[in-house]
Write a protein that binds this ligand. Structure first.
Ligand code: ZN
Ligand code: ZN
Length: 290
């Protein structure tokens, strides 16, 4: 039994619907899936329904964009309470920030005589967590660039003329936000950050796990983080980071996390949330007053 705990849909920058992700997950034989769209939990309700119909266990998640000591980090939250007001307020704030960033990138493109309209980007993104990939797709769709790569190379990559820095919450705040919403906080794809020296700070802030298995982690890198997780007594997660067709071929099915790790996640979550104590048993023959 296997799981994929890192998936995106069109509720952020993936191209698949939750239903398509689940259909593909089923074909790949997964026992459990988690949805981790960027800075939103909006797709989770639909994904839960689709998973239930397919007989797949579903784990609510989100991938929060954060930073620590000037390094961008992504914090995965699992088992989040999607009705938690603070979480929803923070995510809504993120979405406003994302939308104003799109407007600013489009304004810079317009200054460069690239006649893109922000509404074209929003229409194409059709989600509340728009990002650079949507701007790139809109540029290609409007035939202002010939490919997504060209859009990034000419305009959108860091320090290119239409790039706008992204506001991020601190990684320590992200961990706290996940915890107060009842979730477990996991550092996504640490192998892409090349910032192992930051991990102790995250652990001190209560980080619960490391995403050891990821599409872009080689076997050697996966082993490195697996050993680190053991040493630091952290949970182990893994996932494909599938974005549908927006980043080449769909990746779902390429990373298979052993289900034993899902069991450990669930155990950790349950330990954090003990069932509400039932009233003390009555002595034999006793009666409750009243
Ligand atoms: Zn990420
Ligand atoms: Zn991701």
């Amino acid at each position: 039994m296997f799981a994929d705990l890192h998936l995106h849909t069109h509720f952020s920058d993936g191209t698949f619907s939750p239903e398509e992700v689940v259909a593909r997950g089923r074909r790949a034989g997964f026992a459990a899936l988690a949805l981790t769209d960027h800075d939103t939990v909006e797709g989770c309700a639909r994904m839960a329904v689709a998973c239930q119909a397919a007989g797949i266990e579903f784990i609510v998640g989100s991938e929060l964009t954060a930073e620590h000591k000037d390094t961008e980090l992504h914090i995965l939250g699992y088992f989040l309470d999607v009705t938690d007001q603070k979480l929803l307020t923070e995510l809504a704030r993120f979405q406003v920030v994302r939308q104003s960033r799109i407007r600013e990138m489009v304004a810079r493109l317009n200054e460069l005589d690239v006649p893109l309209d922000a509404d074209e980007v929003f229409a194409l993104a059709n989600c509340s967590s728009p990002g650079r990939p949507h701007v790139a797709r809109a540029l290609v769709q409007a035939e202002l660039c010939s490919s997504l790569d060209e859009a990034f190379e000419l305009y959108l990559k860091k320090n290119r003329p239409a790039w706008v820095p992204k506001f991020k919450m601190s990684a320590l705040e992200a961990i706290e936000l996940v915890h107060q919403a009842g979730g477990l906080a996991v550092m996504a794809h640490p192998g892409l950050n090349h910032a192992d020296e930051l991990i102790p700070d995250l652990v001190a802030a209560g980080l619960d796990g490391l995403e050891c298995f990821h599409t872009k982690h080689s076997k050697r890198v996966a082993r490195h983080y697996f050993e680190m997780a053991e040493k630091l007594n952290l949970l182990v997660t893994g996932g494909s980071d599938c974005h549908g067709k927006s980043k080449g071929r769909p990746l779902i099915g390429t990373v298979k996390l052993g289900y034993a790790h899902v069991e450990k996640l669930k155990t950790a979550w349950k330990e954090r949330h003990p069932p509400v104590a039932s009233p003390a048993p009555l002595p034999a023959g006793g009666e409750r007053p009243g």
